[in-house]
Ligand binder design. Structure first.
Ligand SMILES: NC(=O)c1ccc[n+]([C@@H]2O[C@H](COP(=O)([O-])OP(=O)(O)OC[C@H]3O[C@@H](n4cnc5c(N)ncnc54)[C@H](OP(=O)(O)O)[C@@H]3O)[C@@H](O)[C@H]2O)c1
Length: 406
């Protein structure tokens, strides 16, 4: 591994010779952080280099707390490719993260292979994405044997179930990579205890694997957290950051395996998914019970939120969104926000405790460890799809002038 920052970017398109396997048969492109960034650069790649090396700040003040951050700009593509020139990234599992991280790393010109159950749904999807059986697509055990960096992106339940066969294959000099602290932190339940002689690292994208991919294709990057559980080589954090860049991160912040899994399980059960569905439904039901039409109830609950107001929060913060609304709306929202906060605080405390004491983990392992996990999840999601609020939403969306068939 060597630092080649500053090398002309055209060198980045060269593929380094690989030790243990053939290159991907159908890489979409090999010399850019993204398809669009490259297209925008046209024949000259210089603009990409300028764009990614604009800033090298390492410590930033987040509302009064100093935190270390890592940016993609510190890893020009040539440096990244050189760093991993002797490595094979073995991506185990091809769900949403496997798809996003794998394709991004492949498009960044790294040597990536995929390991999944032969002839399963993931095998089929991987083939659709251009992974070639016997060249870049293998059964799980074979992919681990061929890889130097083992990226365990099986479902969290599957990581636990397969560990007895996976563990003996994680031999000295390999690196074990996760995108969630789940398996390692809840070892009493998962039984996942990494071998003592390998680096164990984490890159956890803060978004769905689909977003990991679409942001990369747009020339942007997902925010990710990085952590080290075990540092045998002394290079574990550096490797984690480099892998974070490889799989499509824009910037990364430091965490621990424990903090990552607590905050992640909490967030997705809370405002990111569980709480938002609960709040939407509660608000919609009260409107319907008071005689409002589905169209009105949906517009006042979901459509205005997602299409008008929430993007404003994303752009410039909550006060900006408030300021964009009427004084009538501002007064009412200012009055009611503390009431919602107070009412919900005990629920969030209960939720955090349920995460911390492993209750959420055990539920997930039991449910997602079933052989019927895909059908069982699909059944419950169908129930959501069938709720009046979301059926009304389909009609509302179809009336958008830019509507395209779903
Ligand atoms: N999705 C997210 O938004 C997200 C975000 C950040 C981090 N993560 C983490 O990233 C990791 C992967 O998550 P994901 O959402 O991409 O994947 P996932 O949908 O949870 O898991 C899918 C993969 O697991 C395999 N699998 C399931 N049961 C198996 C078994 N018994 N034996 C072998 N393989 C099995 C599936 O293969 P088959 O098709 O053969 O069943 C598929 O390849 C997890 O640790 C997750 O917590 C996820």
């Amino acid at each position: 591994m060597s630092d080649v920052a500053g090398r002309p970017l055209r060198a980045a398109s060269r593929r380094a010779p690989r030790a243990s396997t053939k290159i991907a048969a159908k890489p979409a492109q090999t010399a850019s952080y993204s398809l669009l960034a490259r297209q925008a650069a046209g024949s000259s790649r210089k603009p990409i280099l300028q764009a990614v090396s604009a800033r090298g700040v390492k410590t930033l003040n987040f509302a009064g707390t100093e935190e270390v951050v890592y940016e993609r700009s510190d890893w020009p593509l040539a440096k990244l490719q050189d760093y991993f020139k002797n490595d094979t990234l073995a991506l185990i599992g091809y769900g949403s993260q496997g798809h996003g991280q794998g394709l991004n790393a492949r498009d960044n010109g790294l040597n990536v292979i995929v390991g999944v159950r032969k002839d399963g749904e993931s095998w089929r999807q991987a083939m659709e994405d251009g992974w070639v059986p016997g060249e870049t697509l293998f059964p799980i055990e074979e992919a681990i044997n061929r890889g130097t960096i083992i990226m365990n992106l099986l479902s969290d339940a599957a990581q636990s179930q397969t560990w007895p066969t996976v563990a003996p294959l994680i031999t000295k000099d390999k690196t074990l990579y996760f995108s969630h602290g789940f398996s390692v932190v809840y070892k009493e339940d998962t039984k996942v205890i990494p071998p003592k002689d390998v680096d164990v690292i984490l890159v956890a994208p803060k978004g769905s694997g689909r977003t990991v991919r679409t942001l990369f294709k747009e020339g942007r990057g997902i925010n990710s957290s990085v952590a080290v559980f075990q540092d045998v080589t002394g290079k574990a954090m550096e490797k984690a950051v480099a892998l974070g860049v490889a799989v499509g991160s824009g910037y990364m912040y430091e965490t621990t395996f424990e903090k990552e899994v607590y905050s992640d399980l909490y967030g997705e059960r809370g405002v990111l998914m569980g709480a938002i569905q609960g709040l939407f439904c509660a608000q919609y039901k009260v409107l319907r019970a008071n005689g409002h039409t589905p169209s009105e109830a949906f517009n006042e609950t979901v459509e205005e939120a997602t299409q008008s107001l929430y993007p404003l929060i994303g752009q410039k913060g909550m006060d900006y969104m408030y300021n964009a609304c009427s004084t009538t709306a501002r007064r009412g929202a200012l009055d009611w926000a503390p009431i919602f906060e107070k009412t919900n605080l005990p629920v969030f405390e209960q939720l955090y405790e349920s995460v911390r004491n492993g209750t959420e983990t055990r539920k997930s392992l039991e449910f997602n460890g079933r052989s019927t996990y895909r059908q069982d999840l699909a059944k419950e999601l169908k129930e959501i799809d069938d709720q009046e609020i979301w059926r009304a939403g389909k009609v509302v969306r179809s009336l958008r002038p830019d509507y395209k068939t779903e």
